[in-house]
Design a protein around this ligand. Sequence first.
Ligand code: NAI
Length: 331
Amino acid sequence: AKDALRVLVTGAAGQIGYALVPMIARGAMLGPDQPVILHMLDIPPAAESLNGVKMELVDAAFPLLKGVLATTDAVEACTGVNVAVMVGGFPRKEGMERKDVMSKNVSIYKAQASALEKHAAANCKVLVVANPANTNALILKEFAPSIPEKNITCLTRLDHNRALGQISERLNVHVGSVKNVVIWGNHSSTQYPDVNHATVVTQGGEKSVRELVANDQWLNGEFITTVQQRGAAIIKARKLSSALSAASSACDHIRDWVLGTPKDTWVSMGVYSDGSYGVPPGLIYSYPVTCEKGEWSIVQGLKIDEFSRAKLDATANELVEEKTLAYSCLS
Ligand code: NAI
């Protein structure tokens, strides 16, 4: 039998945490034959609630779950972890400026970067979910210089899955037959959901989404804004943010990263930019990637038309601004 892997979930007493930990304990993240030990971190005001989550995990009697740690101590939480899913953060409250939210979160990510760097297992893979996800991941990377930059990513898989979902609904085909959409850039409303390379697998072979939809006005307009604004639409409907789909996408992100993407299929991940596609290096930017043997690589050589170019640049510019703001909060 395989040795158990230790998975850290920060903010585990929150909404996403509550949806995510049972998925991990059922094998949705690391596979149905991989035992796991959950490390759950939250802050002292949430300690009692966190302990309640631990009680439920015990009660659920998951066969793959070999242990549960619930703690408010970041060092204890980070010790020996193989995978770190960073969901904990400070939410935007009424009347708060963007800078205030940024300031709270970058200081959390700076502190947790040090705890991970010193105490996580070698080669720990990190996924940042908490917003501003790309910039929190960048701060984590900058303040954990001994963690390889390829090990630090942020979640845009939810946006990717939302784009697949919209195409599937529009064409009335199963979502599993749609592939190779791309989310470029920031996990924010400037993200660019791109269908120019997307296809649907049909009995007659793969067909281009653009040809099948045959409505460029919808693809260049409402489709893009629906995906960009989906988070807000869920909050409006549920009065709570999208926790189920965020948790499920976080599992997809880690599973594909660790176990590999299917043949001829790519997914979107926020990764450290090397300058590919004319994006400034040194940002955490969402790209199309394929994964093999636990390593992602950016899909190269996709044709970028003028419409897309402007959108790739706009979301990169927002990330440059966020980076500047983040550093001004830290100094
Ligand atoms: P939530 O407010 O229900 O949970 C956040 C949890 O983090 C709380 O339990 C809080 O006590 C904890 N926390 C705060 N500071 C912490 C710290 N320093 N260390 C550890 N834990 C800490 O929020 P929810 O709905 O679970 O969302 C979590 C984050 O995920 C938010 O930032 C949200 O904006 C983001 N998000 C990101 C998505 C993505 O696709 N990247 C999608 C949906 C949400």
